[in-house]
Design a binder for this molecule. Structure first.
Ligand code: GAR
Length: 209
């Protein structure tokens, strides 16, 4: 394998519990993720556990709150300022609840990735978020679900797929039991792997220097 001198600087955008952020941090510590480094965590919510997780590992955190009178443009400008100041090459959405505008996603084309708790193109797009995705999968009666890591473009959950992993739905599963299994068996595994893959690809194209 080619040895690269640099690493890809990563920003992780969060809104909640931050278990996917934790999976990224763990992968970094175990060197499963070695071609990128989380430089900053940006939260759009105050007092969420994701912030504690970052601080527990000495990772810088900034909060950018979108108040009722904050426009999407102002909100994104604040995020962009933090990304620029921290020389960020790759943005990872890990349970981030805000839908970024086309202006933002096209500016960072192929540089934003997201984890979604279903096998896209099922149970995805606007309104499909968190536990709602698992409720929809159970209500539909599918037998297999999973998680997807994909690039982010102007279509919610519509960008190119990077990695997917399937998870069986068991008889008697509730949205909560299913969410837990999809996280443990799929999201926390494929998200760090997909990040590493993208970091290597970016370094091979001389990005991140
Ligand atoms: C995760 O299941 C993630 O896939 C989902 O929100 C949860 C966040 O959990 N994201 C979406 O549904 C995006 N459409 P976390 O804060 O513990 O990582």
């Amino acid at each position: 394998m080619i040895k690269y001198k640099n690493k890809i600087n990563i920003a992780v955008l969060v809104s909640g519990n931050g278990t996917n952020l934790q999976a990224i941090i763990n992968a970094q510590e175990k060197k499963i993720l070695s071609h990128g480094e989380v430089k900053i965590v940006i939260s759009n919510k105050e007092n969420v556990y994701a912030i504690d997780r970052a601080r527990n590992h000495n990772i810088k955190v900034q909060t950018v709150i979108k108040k009722a009178d904050t426009s999407q443009d102002e909100f994104e400008k604040s995020i962009k300022k933090i990304l620029t100041e921290n020389h960020i090459h790759l943005i990872v959405l890990a349970g981030f609840t805000n839908i970024l505008s086309q202006r933002f996603t096209s500016e960072y084309s192929n540089k934003i990735i997201n984890v979604h708790p279903s096998l896209i193109p099922s149970f995805c797009g606007k309104g499909f978020y968190g536990i709602k995705v698992h409720e929809a999968a159970i209500n539909y009666g599918v037998k297999v679900t999973g998680a997807t890591v994909h690039f982010v473009n102007e279509i919610p959950d519509g960008g190119k797929i990077i990695m997917q992993k399937a998870v069986y739905i068991n008889k008697g599963d509730t949205p909560e039991t299913l969410q837990k299994r999809v996280m443990e068996k799929a999201e926390w595994i494929i998200l760090p792997k997909a990040i590493e893959k993208i970091c290597i690809e970016m370094l091979s194209k001389n990005e991140g220097v």
